[in-house]
Design a protein around this ligand. Sequence first.
Ligand SMILES: N[C@H](CCC[C@H](N)C(=O)O)C(=O)O
Length: 276
Amino acid sequence: MTMNLHFTKMQGAGNDFIVINGIDQPFQLTAEQIQTLAHRQFGIGFDQLLLVETSKVADFKYRIFNADGSEVAQCGNGARCFVRFVVDQKLSNKHEISVETASGIITPKLENNGLVTVNMGAPRLSPSEVPFIADAAANSYVLEVADQQITISAVSMGNPHAVQIVDDVEIAPVVALGSQIEVHPRFPERVNAGFMQIIDEHHIKLRVFERGSGETLACGTGACAAVVAGIQLGRLQSPVKVSARGGELHIAWQGGNSPVMMTGPAVAVFTGNIEI
Ligand SMILES: N[C@H](CCC[C@H](N)C(=O)O)C(=O)O
């Protein structure tokens, strides 16, 4: 039996989503149906599907599905679009909301200038929390992949990231190498593969091959993870401007268990209905 699905197409620095109000319409899509909707030619086309639901512990619950249908625990660019959607749809009269995710509560705030700041919580750096298979915690690790040894940092923002420093992101093998890092056996839940070029200690360029979606024009948690990795390595100082292909994000982190603060755009593109 088909259903008519109402959605809002949104983007945050070019990372694109459909946002679904799961409060008004029950969500029962299979992974295969999400893959179909995510398809750039045969479907709507998106990097992630974001679902708004009620929560017993926060203002809202936020569920995230990658284009391959996998459900994951965090999405930074999506968090900004989440609060924009909630305000636009008048689901709350607040501009700063608490949002329950599978990896903890985050608080996106719609600023007066239209940008959104999100407290993304503290990074998780111990291998077991990423999760990443390593003998001991370190700021960087050597990973054997594609017959070469690369140096990565392993950081979780509620989702796993493997970040490496490259000389020039424009010529880095983001798809060829990122697709192999994504499924590396030392990352038992797969991983998002970040490629960071350091411009100066307050500015990086970043490309990310995302777990379950491929390379995206921006990755919010990837930007957070890259800045944390760079600060841990002594190469960056907070705050850091992150230039992604789809736009700019601003990340601040004071180290330790302090939260990572991310600021960036959130734009509604169009609304639509689709039979699925
Ligand atoms: N692909 C990610 C989820 C989306 C993250 C990204 N779109 C962001 O803005 O953080 C994962 O599987 O962990």
